[in-house]
Design a protein around this ligand. Structure first.
Ligand code: CAA
Length: 400
C-alpha cells in the first residue's frame, strides 16, 4: 500500500492565438445563435494560427510548470493527443529541446480519443506509487477539427493542459479507486489519411452516456464513494451542455431526481473555460478541472469527481480530494489571460485556416508569423517541423 498520497501538484493550460465567436458561425450556418449558446452551451471556439500546433500549445502549457518546479526528479513525460503530428515520434520529445527537459527520462505519446490523458494520469500515479521520489509531467494537447458546414463544426476548439503529478500534491489528491468501461464502437474516429474527424454525432452522445454509467457502476463495485459525497463533477466536455446531460443521466440512473439547481451546482463551475475554448479532446476534462478549481467555491478538503470519455470507446470515473491551501498554487490570472488575449477572427480567415494543409513535399516552407506566444512552428523542412522559442534572442531550433 502507498502511504503517501499521489496527485496533481500543479496544473497549467494554454490555448490558441485566435478565437471564432459562435455568433459568426451561427450566421454562416443560418441558425439562431441561441442554438449554440444554449443548445450546445458554447460561446466561442479557439482556432489555431498557421504557426501553432499541438506541440506549441503543449510547450506553452508546460513551461510555467517547469519554471516553477524545475526538472529535478522529472523522469517521465506522458503526452496524450488525438491530433498527433507524427506516426512514429512522440510529440513529447519536441518539448525536450523547447523546455530543456532532462535526458534521463522516458517520453511517450498516448492515444485513445479524448480519454488518453486520463490513462496518462493513472499511469503516472502507478509510477509514483512505486517510487514516490519521481515526478511525472502529464500533458493533454489537441486541436478538434470537423468538416466545415456540419453539425459538429460548432464543437471544435483547441487547448493543452499540463499537470505535474507527484507524491504529496499541493492541489488534488487522486484516490486509488477508479471505475472503467470499454466497448468497440464507431461513434467518432479519424483514419490516418484524414485531418478532420468522422463522427456519428447523435449516437456519440448516447454512447458517452452509456459509457460513463458503466464506468460509474464499476467504480461503485470496487468500493468507490457514493454519488452524494462529491461536491463537484468535472466531465469531459465536447460541448458544455454535455456535462449537464451527463450529470442528469447519472443522477437519473441512480434513482435521484436531477433537479436543475442540483445539476447546476455540481457542474457549472467546471464549464467556465470550455464554454469559450470549445472541445479540446484530451484536454477538455482537465480544462474543466482547472475551471472548477479557479471557480468561486472553496473546495478545500472536498471530494470532486472526474469523469472521462473517449470515443471508440473508453470511459473512467475516479475521484480526488482538493488539498487545503490549493488556491495558492493556482494560475487563475494567467488562465483568464490565455482566454482574453486571443484575437477574434472573421469567418473567411477561419475558413482559410481550416482548409490550409501543411506542405508534404519535403522542401523548406517558412510559415507566416501570426502568433506572439513563447513557442511557434516556424517552418517545415525535409519533413521536419522546426520550432522557434521566443527568448531574449530568438533562435531557430531544428528538431531531429
Ligand atoms: N435555442 C436553444 N436551443 C436550441 C435551439 C435554439 N434556437 N435550436 C436547437 N437547440 C437545441 C436542441 O433542442 C438540442 O438540445 P438538446 O440536446 O437538449 O435536445 C441542441 O440545441 C442541439 O441541437 P440538435 O439536437 O439539432 O443537434 P445538432 O444536429 O446541432 O448536433 C451534436 C449536435 C450531435 C452534438 C453535433 O454538434 C456533433 O456531432 N458534435 C460532435 C460530436 C460530439 O461532440 N459528441 C459528444 C459525445 S462524443 C465525445 O464526447 C467525444 C468527443 O469529444 C468527440
Amino acid at each position: 500500500m502507498n502511504a503517501r498520497p499521489v496527485g496533481i501538484h500543479d496544473i497549467s493550460f494554454a490555448t490558441t492565438h485566435y478565437v471564432l465567436d459562435h455568433v459568426v458561425l451561427a450566421q454562416q450556418h443560418g441558425v439562431d445563435a441561441d442554438k449554440f449558446h444554449f443548445g450546445l452551451g458554447q460561446d466561442a471556439m479557439s482556432i489555431a494560427a498557421a504557426d501553432e500546433d499541438i506541440v506549441t500549445m503543449a510547450a506553452a502549457a508546460a513551461a510555467p510548470i517547469i519554471e516553477r518546479h524545475g526538472v529535478e526528479h522529472l523522469r517521465t513525460v506522458l503526452l496524450a493527443t488525438e491530433s498527433g503530428i507524427d506516426q512514429a515520434k512522440s510529440a513529447g520529445l519536441y518539448l525536450h529541446s523547447l523546455l530543456g527537459l532532462p535526458t534521463a527520462a522516458r517520453v511517450v505519446e498516448l492515444k485513445q480519443a479524448c480519454y488518453g490523458a486520463t490513462a496518462a494520469l493513472q499511469f503516472a500515479m502507478a509510477l509514483i506509487t512505486v517510487d514516490p521520489s519521481q515526478r511525472v509531467l502529464v500533458i493533454a494537447t489537441d486541436i478538434a477539427k470537423y468538416e466545415l458546414g456540419t453539425a459538429a463544426e460548432p464543437t471544435q476548439g483547441a487547448a493543452a493542459v499540463a499537470m505535474l503529478v507527484t507524491a504529496d500534491p499541493a492541489i488534488l489528491r487522486l484516490e486509488p479507486v477508479s471505475g472503467v468501461y470499454a466497448k468497440d464502437i464507431m461513434d467518432f474516429w479519424r483514419p490516418n489519411y484524414r485531418t478532420a474527424a468522422v463522427v456519428d454525432g447523435k449516437s456519440s452522445v448516447l454512447a458517452y452516456l452509456e459509457a460513463i454509467e458503466g464506468a460509474w457502476q464499476d467504480y461503485r463495485d470496487r468500493g468507490g464513494r457514493k454519488l452524494t459525497e462529491f461536491t463537484q463533477f468535472c466531465y469531459h466536455q465536447p460541448f458544455t451542455k454535455m456535462a449537464y446531460k451527463a450529470h442528469r443521466h447519472l443522477l437519473d440512473s441512480q434513482g435521484f431526481t436531477p433537479d436543475p439547481q442540483t445539476v447546476e451546482a455540481a457542474v457549472s463551475d467546471s464549464t467556465g473555460y470550455n464554454r469559450t475554448i470549445g472541445n479540446s479532446y484530451t484536454a477538455s476534462l482537465y480544462l474543466g478541472l482547472a475551471a472548477a478549481l479557479d471557480g468561486h467555491a472553496d473546495l478545500s478538503g472536498r471530494p470532486i469527481a472526474l469523469v472521462s470519455y473517449g470515443s471508440g470507446c473508453v470511459a473512467e470515473f475516479f475521484g480526488g480530494t482538493v488539498v487545503d491551501g490549493y488556491r495558492d498554487q493556482l494560475r487563475t490570472a494567467a488562465n483568464g489571460n490565455a482566454i482574453t488575449r486571443r484575437k477574434p477572427i472573421d469567418y473567411d480567415r477561419y475558413r482559410a485556416l481550416h482548409e490550409a494543409e501543411l506542405p508534404s513535399d519535403g522542401r523548406r516552407h517558412v510559415l507566416p508569423e501570426e502568433t506572439s506566444g513563447p513557442f511557434r512552428l516556424a517552418a517545415i523542412s525535409e519533413h521536419k517541423r522546426i520550432y522557434e522559442t521566443r527568448t531574449e534572442h530568438i533562435e531557430l531550433t531544428e528538431i531531429n
